[in-house]
Design a protein around this ligand. Structure first.
Ligand SMILES: Nc1ncnc2c1ncn2[C@@H]1O[C@H](COP(=O)(O)OP(=O)(O)OP(=O)(O)O)[C@@H](O)[C@H]1O
Ligand SMILES: Nc1ccn([C@H]2C[C@H](O)[C@@H](COP(=O)(O)O)O2)c(=O)n1
Length: 417
């Protein structure tokens, strides 16, 4: 652990720290010496004179353990910390350096709570892969300094806290590939295999994979994927298309994973996304079989997996998404490519009306779509940016029959059915 931390700290002053305030990141950096006048970064602007701040960064060498620990840590801190600690998500990264992201939390300690908080943090740091820093301000309140706790008190280096420019990319983008969005079956399987001891269900999931998958094999019949946010009419349309075209209807995640889906939905993003990625490859195996006999309609596929993952990993406005054309939007080379992907689009009010009239249980992400307008906009935009194949938008607001007719027109034009 100590060696790992020493390596981490070697480039400490090139790191940027980001704290989530009202759903958007605020940035600061640290310097060994201050040049010019001190300017307190805005993340400290509401901190009272006697208060201190702390940050915890998860720095496990093993990403499955690290991600699970990071996930559980929020609950632990929320139950242990005294009220008013203002717990926020934070991260630290080296700008433009892929894989440099460390995730963690930032908190404030009101005067009088300091020793209780320090006891909690000392205990956490001694038992877990976490790096704790404390922040205190100068007498005149103009300068904040940061020190690393793992260093013994007499050797503690004090860094000056300075404002930092907004980086070109949202920090989450640096670690997105093969953490949020998996680009090969192997990468997703590796994550699930590592979870075998803690989540025994992963073995059953992996057993569902076909023995061989050839993404280059072109299916005999067209494969049409229907995508869209929940309640845009995917189930309604896919069932009608199946009947109209005499097609086979499949979905991702496939039916054979239904029993375990809820289990993986409760896991942190790394594991949850690996589960959905593997689900796509299992569906691809089923498509390969069925598309030799009839057209295949698929209810959700890769676009859903990537779009929700990207939209969840970043926070804030659309400008925080990876830029159009970024690597993260491309189709994985080892996954079967559908002939056509139709994205159902719907006015948010009409979607809410349909949700209400359906009245079914919603997943956390579906709840989030309802309450967080920015999240919904990010999912929709990510859908539109994915290429190889890109999706063709279809207005889902007319009657179900009219939507079906429009979808059939698109399919006939593109797939010559
Ligand atoms: N074109 C339409 N006009 C009006 N209502 C519709 C239309 N299509 C579907 N609906 C209704 O809207 C609700 C949601 O439709 P559906 O279940 O097909 O959406 P979905 O995209 O499959 O949702 P989810 O992803 O959450 O499963 C249902 O009650 C359905 O009857
Ligand atoms: N291929 C898929 C299908 C679904 N998901 C995730 C994305 C959302 O969190 C949720 C939506 O599914 P629904 O409730 O409409 O069945 O499941 C995915 O990542 N990949």
């Amino acid at each position: 652990m100590a060696r790992h931390l020493k390596l981490l700290v070697q480039r400490w002053s090139s790191r940027v720290f980001s704290v989530e305030v009202d759903g958007a990141p605020r940035y600061f950096g640290v310097r060994e010496q201050l040049r010019g006048e001190p300017v307190p970064p805005d993340v400290f602007s509401e901190v009272q004179k006697q208060d201190r701040c702390y940050s915890l960064l998860v720095c496990s060498g093993d990403r499955v353990t690290g991600d699970r620990f990071h996930w559980e840590l929020r609950d632990r801190l929320q139950t242990q910390l005294p009220p008013g600690s203002g717990l926020r998500s934070m991260s630290s990264f080296i700008p433009d350096q892929k894989g440099s992201l460390l995730k963690g939390y930032f908190l404030q300690s009101r005067a009088g709570n300091s020793s209780l908080i320090e006891d909690i943090l000392t205990d956490l740091e001694q038992r877990n892969p976490v790096l704790v820093c404390s922040y205190s301000q100068s007498e005149d309140g103009q300068q904040w300094t940061q020190c690393l706790w793992y260093q013994s008190e007499e050797n503690r280096v004090r860094f000056c806290v300075v404002p930092s420019e907004t980086p070109k990319h949202h920090p989450s983008v640096l670690n997105m590939i093969n953490s949020d969005v998996f680009y090969s079956l192997q990468e997703a399987c590796d994550v699930l295999k590592q979870c075998g001891d803690i989540i025994p269900e992963t073995r059953s999931v992996l057993e569902m994979l076909p023995s061989s998958l050839d993404a280059r094999r072109k299916p005999d019949f067209p494969v049409i994927v229907i995508e869209g946010l929940d309640a845009t009419g995917k189930t309604t349309l896919t069932e009608s298309l199946r009947d109209s075209l005499g097609a086979t209807l499949l979905r991702s995640p496939p039916q054979c994973l239904s029993a375990w889906r809820g289990r993986f939905d409760r896991e942190p993003p790394l594991i949850r996304r690996a589960f959905y990625a593997v689900g796509n490859y299992i569906t691809a195996g089923q498509i390969n079989q069925e598309a030799s006999k009839s057209p295949v309609i698929v209810d959700r596929f890769w676009h859903s997996t990537a779009a929700y993952a990207i939209a969840t990993a970043v926070t804030g406005p659309l400008s925080n998404l990876p830029h159009e054309g970024a690597e993260v939007y491309r189709w994985p080379g080892d996954l079967l490519q559908p002939s056509l992907v139709i994205l159902l689009t719907l006015d948010p009010e009409e979607r809410k009306r349909r949700l209400r009239s359906r009245g079914l249980m919603k997943t956390d992400e579906e709840e989030e779509l309802d309450h967080n307008k920015l999240f919904r906009l990010r999912v929709e935009e990510a859908y539109r940016r994915i290429v190889g194949p890109a999706c063709t938008a279809l207005d889902a607001s007319p009657s179900a029959d009219l939507v079906l007719q429009q979808a059939l027109l698109l399919i006939r034009a593109k797939c010559h059915l």
